[in-house]
Design a protein around this ligand. Structure first.
Ligand SMILES: [Zn+2]
Length: 117
């Protein structure tokens, strides 16, 4: 069993991204994978900023030259490091190709548990 590289706690498997197993910490909720990141933190930051400025995931991905799913993952990673409580009062919707997921209601259960009081 892998341990969180930030706090040493147990991990959930958090899906597979481009064949790389991803993990989410049960305690601090940080996401990471074992491999060295394909894109730098700067690139991710840029992608997130583009998305936040209404660029849309597809356009952002096209500009960065990565898969739209990567952009979605980065946004989620970012979101998981920001105060989770922010999501409670908003109707933020993440556009993910043709799928529209309401962030607040469709968070994974372990994620949601922590977001609600
Ligand atoms: Zn941790």
């Amino acid at each position: 069993m892998e341990k969180c590289k930030f706090c040493g706690s147990e991990l959930w498997k958090n899906g597979v991204d481009n064949g790389v197993q991803r993990y989410r910490c049960k305690k601090c909720f940080k996401c990471f994978s074992n491999s060295s990141p394909k894109y730098s933190a700067e690139v991710k930051e840029k992608a997130i900023n583009m998305y936040l400025n209404n660029c849309g995931i597809r356009k952002t991905a096209m500009f960065i030259g990565c898969a739209p799913s990567s952009v979605v993952n980065w946004i989620r990673e970012k979101a998981s490091t920001i105060e989770l409580k922010k999501f409670n009062s908003t109707d933020d919707i993440i556009e993910m190709d043709e799928i529209y997921a309401q962030v607040d209601k469709r968070l994974p259960h372990h994620f949601k548990k922590n977001a609600r009081t």
